[in-house]
Ligand binder design. Structure first.
Ligand code: GTP
Ligand code: MG
Length: 462
């Protein structure tokens, strides 16, 4: 986003590109009402109250031809999304009308908006802080109840409130340190170092809670990855098909049927999961199958949940498979062992599972669907997405995660400084840095480059 002139008037189509029943053009800036009036036949928009809608005609000032009948909604500064004068023109959704309207608006003195420029103006005028502005983009991109709820909580300021509370604690700590600094020559009673350390540790714990929520928070946005893994012929592809409710993957009794990764999504209690079928793990001379196994291992690394499918009548390689899974998976990933084919093996066969496997064990039949509902419930309860409500605060944005992690490093230095009985000015410096990183999240400390980066990812018209 270059050549931003903050005080000019911008316009864009705010609805999705293409033809629809209705399209909405948005005009924002000091001249928004005056510019619209130049092409408006109907009530003088300069004289109408804020937050009122008016039916009229859009006239091309150069040809005097009617372009469309439209509804103009007027919002006067500062009571609008951007904090500026805003007019929203609801027009018929023909792509030609949309293009012509933009041309006429530009001829009349408006400028085409850059991606995210409306929201950037909302941030600049103090209507939204940076996290709330970013939540607008997340809300637009949300594709499940869970990602919608997390974005909505952030947009309503829940995350910013948590950061404000953290900031207050830091300011309190800072004030206590400054006091010690100012009066260190005199015989004044200060807050004890133990007390300061307790406060710093509370700040650390809160930063830790927030950074720890990122793995789940980010996964909720894109769908939580669930990898189905295990030996060949265990029934992995059958399980994928049963979970999806469609014949997505080829199933056969030939070992090594699945070579490439097959992935699709399901929703469990409003949370999106990416179910990933992988090639069966075995030693093979087949080059293509080996490549498939490599891909399977890579997916185990990325998975938040691993479903290890076992055929209880085929357990020769169970220890090798356990070693491979344990080696590849991250510490955060949770494992479910699904003992499959219970329709033919009965309930009496209990494969000997490796002792070092930390997993929840279920008995299923991927072919008949037995135990699949319980499997879905287990996936959901292990994912960390259960229990998201209107108060849940999660870090879902890599930028926030980065700043919080750096802030956590700084507060760790504060704690170490207090432990080592360092002089206040060193500790105060680390604390100022912590505050700086926290401020960069909500945008109290920011640079034009950061803003450009953030808002360029928005759609035009938002
Ligand atoms: N009876 C029974 N057969 C099953 C069940 N699940 C899978 N099968 C059969 O087991 C065989 C292998 O199933 P797949 O789903 O292709 O197994 P896979 O784990 O994907 O195998 P690879 O892709 O070769 O690694 C097929 O003949 C399936 O019909 C089950 O729950 N019960
Ligand atoms: Mg398969």
């Amino acid at each position: 986003m270059t050549n931003i002139t903050p005080n000019d008037t911008i316009c864009a189509i705010a609805t999705a590109p293409g033809c629809g029943g209705i399209a909405v053009a948005r005009i924002s800036g000091p001249e928004a009402i005056a510019i619209t009036n130049k092409l408006w036949k109907g009530t003088d928009l300069d004289k109408v109250k804020s937050h009122t809608a008016h039916l009229g005609y859009i006239i091309d000032p150069s040809s005097h031809q009617i372009l469309d009948q439209a509804l103009a909604t007027v919002f006067r500064a500062p009571h609008s999304y951007t904090g500026e004068n805003v007019v929203e023109l609801s027009i018929h959704g023909s792509t030609w009308i949309q293009q012509e309207l933009l041309r006429i608006l530009i001829d009349s003195g408006a400028r085409m908006a850059q991606p995210g420029e409306f929201t950037r103006r909302a941030f600049t005028s103090g209507q939204l802080d940076l996290t709330e502005a970013e939540a607008v983009a997340d809300l637009i991109a949300s594709s499940s109840a869970a990602s919608h709820r997390v974005a909505m909580n952030q947009m309503r300021g829940r995350f910013s409130q948590r950061l404000d509370t953290l900031r207050d604690s830091m300011l309190k700590l800072s004030a206590l340190l400054e006091l010690e600094l100012d009066f260190s020559e005199e015989d004044v009673e200060f807050a004890s170092r133990t007390e300061l350390k307790k406060l710093a540790e509370e700040i650390y714990q809160e930063l830790h809670r927030l950074t720890a929520s990122f793995a789940t928070g980010a996964a909720i946005k894109d769908g939580i990855p669930v990898a189905i893994v295990g030996a060949t012929n265990a029934g992995k592809s059958t399980l994928l098909n049963t979970l999806l409710g469609e014949d997505r993957a080829i199933v056969s009794d030939i070992r090594g049927t699945t070579r490439d990764i097959i992935e699709d999504t399901i929703t469990i209690h409003g949370t999106l999961y990416r179910i990933i079928d992988t090639a069966g793990l075995r030693t093979t001379a087949d080059i293509i199958e080996s490549l498939g196994i490599e891909r399977a291992m890579a997916r185990i690394k990325q998975a938040r949940i691993i479903i290890w499918v076992i055929d209880p009548n085929d357990t020769d390689t169970i220890n090798d498979t356990a070693t491979q899974i344990n080696r590849a998976k991250t510490d955060d990933a949770r494992t479910i062992i699904a003992i499959n084919k219970t329709d033919i093996s009965g309930t009496d066969i209990n494969p000997h599972l490796p002792a070092d496997m930390d997993a929840t064990c279920l008995r299923i039949s991927a072919a008949t669907g037995k135990g699949i509902e319980q499997l879905k419930e287990t996936i959901h309860s292990l994912s960390g997405a259960a229990g998201i409500d209107e108060n849940t605060v999660m870090v879902t944005n890599a930028r926030h995660y980065q700043s919080l992690t750096t802030a956590k490093d700084c507060i760790t230095r504060v704690i170490e400084g207090l432990d080592a009985n360092l002089s206040c000015d060193f500790i105060a410096q680390d604390l100022r840095e912590t505050l700086h990183h926290l401020g960069s999240i909500t945008g109290t400390v920011t640079t034009p480059d950061i803003l450009t980066h953030i808002f360029s990812h928005f759609c035009i018209g938002k």
